[in-house]
Design a protein around this ligand. Structure first.
Ligand code: ZN
Length: 406
């Protein structure tokens, strides 16, 4: 059965300046590190999302925030804490990747924990850039977590609180709660859990045509395994709407590049059957929108190994949008102090992050904020999809803005 505990009901993104304690907050909440990914941005610009799940529980005997915990037993009275909801926390390493992820995953992320450290002046440059993204994307479900209050003392923490208040004034999150936490001492984590439980939850639209972003794919067979024992490829990702169940036929688009080795890339959709569905809580019979799920399929694992299918979309056969290779994009520039402004030039190569797909595109036409871009490989995108756009400036790929497919 579909419930609030076997599958996440909320995907919460994290934002915050690089040393402000984002990772230790995620660790304090979920008892897992999401920061295990290498700085993949430098290598190939592929965005690797870190997911960590937690089940928020509540003690029925205790009152107020102290009743909330992620442990099986209440921290106050030691009684049994009943599970309420499963939540996924999403994180990405590095400043550029983090911002690009927040944009390209905007339709997966339902709320944001915005971490601001009390031991530095607010706003630091990265903090300012993160607020800019929150504003641009219009994300209102934000909890500001004031971290490191234990190392500055009460006076400094209050001063920093006022700086934060001032900083968010006039933004879409000007009324967002600001919660001081001490991750090392587990102080106010219970209040944060209560706030998360009370966040508005997205409608999982169980009746809609399923639309799943593939964020990872792999081959679980050991090398040299007996051919008769080989199992099909695994794909992992997030459903944004609809329901999938074991035995369903699915189509993966744009699919597999059949032109490998030749200059021309030809993508062919793949159809397969779901043999199993799993997530952090175990095997599922159904999956609905929210949280990371893994699907066992009948796909040749040679295609799924080493994230070979990342960037694809899975859905019902014949029900996904057509792949596009040419895109008309409305461009929105980010104001970044350290990046020189430069107009697009015809033929210029840019990088686009569309959902979990990261592709190179060539600017065909640029008229003010309207771009026509030819993609090196096709993507599945719906009108209105937001994407991160990176330009090559002084030999570095930098996030300069976001685009809306129109
Ligand atoms: Zn209790």
């Amino acid at each position: 059965m579909i419930d609030n505990i076997s599958q996440s009901v909320l995907n919460i993104g994290t934002l915050g300046h690089i040393d402000h304690g984002k990772t230790s907050l995620v660790k304090a909440l979920t008892h897992q590190w999401t920061d295990r990914h290498s700085e993949s941005l430098k290598r190939n610009m592929t965005i690797k999302l870190g997911y960590a799940d937690m089940v928020i529980r509540k003690c029925s005997k205790c009152e107020g925030a102290a009743a909330y915990t992620t442990e099986e037993n209440c921290g106050k009275c030691g009684g049994k804490a009943e599970p309420l909801i499963r939540v996924s926390i999403l994180d990405a390493p590095g400043h550029e990747t983090l911002m690009a992820t927040a944009i390209s995953e905007a339709n997966i992320i339902n709320a944001i924990l915005f971490v601001i450290a009390a031991n530095e002046i607010c706003p630091m440059q990265q903090t300012r850039e993160h607020l800019m993204i929150i504003n641009l994307l219009g994300i209102k479900n934000v909890i500001i977590v004031q971290s490191k209050v234990d190392i500055v003392g009460k006076q400094k923490a209050l001063e920093n609180f006022r700086q934060i208040k001032n900083f968010i004034k006039g933004s879409v999150i000007e009324n967002a709660p600001i919660l001081p936490v001490m991750t090392n001492h587990n102080i106010n984590i219970d209040i944060l859990l209560e706030m998360i439980v009370n966040l508005p939850r997205p409608d999982p639209k169980p009746e809609a045509d399923p639309f799943m972003y593939i964020a990872r794919s792999f081959d679980v067979n050991k090398p040299g395994i007996d051919a008769s024992k080989i199992v099909g490829g695994i794909i992992g990702g997030t459903l944004t709407r609809g329901t999938l169940k074991v035995g369903d036929q699915i189509e993966i688009r744009p699919g597999i590049n059949m032109g490998q080795g030749s200059k021309k890339e030809v993508y062919v959709p793949v159809t397969t059957v779901i043999e199993g569905i799993h997530n952090g809580s175990g095997q599922l019979e159904f999956a609905r929108a929210g949280g990371l799920i893994g699907l066992s399929t009948e796909i040749d694992p040679a295609f799924t190994k080493a994230d070979g299918l990342v960037g694809n979309i899975a859905g019902k056969p014949g029900r996904l949008p057509e792949a596009v290779s040419n895109m008309a994009i409305k461009y929105h520039k980010l104001k970044r102090d350290d990046i020189p402004e430069r107009a697009f030039t015809p033929g210029e190569a840019i990088i686009l992050s569309v959902g979990t797909a990261t592709v190179i595109g060539y600017v065909k036409k640029a008229k003010r904020d309207n771009l026509e871009v030819e993609l090196k490989r096709p993507v599945i995108a719906e009108k209105g999809t937001k994407m991160a756009i990176m330009k090559n400036l002084a030999q570095r790929w930098r996030l300069t803005g976001y685009g809306i497919y129109n």
